[in-house]
Design a protein around this ligand. Structure first.
Ligand code: B1M
Length: 211
């Protein structure tokens, strides 16, 4: 890993959000691509934060500073990731499900999909099933993407699919789901069209489902 990528990971871990703009610009000036900065600098840092939070070595405020640092860097690399898509691959309506405020992973999925050439309509977090369904009606996306990070919010994915079925829209859109507690078995159980374990495979899956 280059020194700059390693510094980016460290700054994410330390939550040094004020330094993220300058280090991200320095990485770009060094010739590092936006996706390399994301995959080899920012994401390893965030993975480390998640692991340390889990074992109690980091606390909620630490994680929030790291998330803020991640978001600062993303303001610079988001448009660059989006630029790498040469043609519109389709439309993705994306959101974190009802009751769930985690949006870092969902935002990464959105950015990777933009990078893969999709137009992304991000509904944010804590999204009601009915709001997802309304967005499908309004935007007619190729893909509906739902993210959940809490085991307690997984049920909202199934509720959304049921409401889509009730509205006669289920066969109009492919459903992609993801998030730490989600797996392929769960996707099969709720009849989602696909599951991706990370942002990179999510954009590949979105392309696959759009064929
Ligand atoms: Co929360 N939190 N959190 N948290 N948090 C987890 C998820 C947890 C595992 C931590 C732990 O206890 N070890 C745990 C859930 C336990 C469970 O349900 N099994 C947990 C908890 C309990 C909570 C609270 C309840 C804590 C509390 O208040 N007592 C609370 C809930 C609030 C709510 O949502 N209602 C809470 C709050 C928070 C913060 C606000 C402090 C903050 C969120 C900030 C934000 O998102 N803006 C936070 C964070 C940051 C985490 C951890 C540390 C990191 C999550 C993250 O951003 N990871 C997390 C621990 C962990 O994951 N190890 C934890 C980095 C991100 C890049 O990965 O989100 O997994 P991830 O996304 C990946 C893949 O999953 C996938 O691609 C992404 C990129 O590669 N993916 C998709 C995600 N969505 C996808 C969608 C797709 C496809 C792939 O298709 C559409």
């Amino acid at each position: 890993m280059s020194d700059t990528l390693s510094t980016i990971s460290t700054l994410i871990i330390e939550g040094k959000f004020a330094d993220m703009i300058s280090i991200t610009n320095a990485a770009l000036e060094e010739g590092l691509s936006a996706d390399k900065i994301l995959n080899d600098g920012l994401m390893p840092g965030m993975d480390h934060v998640g692991a340390e939070f889990k074992v109690g070595n980091l606390f909620v405020p630490d994680v929030l500073y790291s998330a803020k640092a991640m978001q600062a860097a993303m303001t610079i690399i988001r448009p660059l990731l989006a630029e790498t898509g040469v043609e519109t691959a389709g439309k993705v309506v994306l959101g974190t499900v009802k009751g769930d405020l985690h949006d870092i992973g969902k935002n990464l999925v959105g950015m990777m999909c933009e990078g893969a050439g999709f137009e992304v309509i991000d509904l944010g977090n804590d999204v009601d099933p009915e709001v997802f369904v309304e967005a499908v009606k309004e935007h007619k996306p190729t893909i509906l993407g739902m993210s959940a990070l809490l085991t307690t919010t997984l049920g909202a994915m199934e509720r959304t699919i049921k409401i889509l079925e009730g509205a006669g829209l289920r066969d109009k859109v492919k459903i992609m789901i993801g998030g730490a507690p989600v797996n392929q078995d769960f996707a099969d159980q709720i009849t989602a069209d696909g599951y991706a374990s990370n942002a990179a495979t999510a954009s590949e899956l979105a392309k696959e489902l759009s064929k």
